[in-house]
Design a protein around this ligand. Structure first.
Ligand SMILES: [Zn+2]
Length: 79
């Protein structure tokens, strides 16, 4: 059993993968839980299980700066 870390190139989420040996050769791929990009492919006598360590959503706000100006409850006109 071994572990490896993979960072999704699209959204930046960090995964830890744990391998488990199996009897037969298996192939497959793992998609990012957040953005569905294929981040890992395997092909051999190990299968891999992903664990999401650090969820990021960089793909959603790549064009936005976080200003922190939208969360002031005192200036909410609907109150
Ligand atoms: Zn992703």
């Amino acid at each position: 059993m071994s572990k490896t870390r993979v960072e999704c190139p699209v959204c930046g989420s960090v995964y830890e993968f744990t391998s488990q040996s199996i009897q037969d050769i298996d192939t497959g791929h793992i998609s990012c839980f957040v953005c569905n990009t294929i981040i890992f492919e395997y092909n051999g006598c190990d299968i891999w299980y992903p664990f999401l360590l650090n969820k990021k959503e960089n793909h959603l706000n790549s064009n936005l700066e976080t200003t922190g100006l939208t969360t002031d409850p005192l200036s909410d006109p609907t109150v």
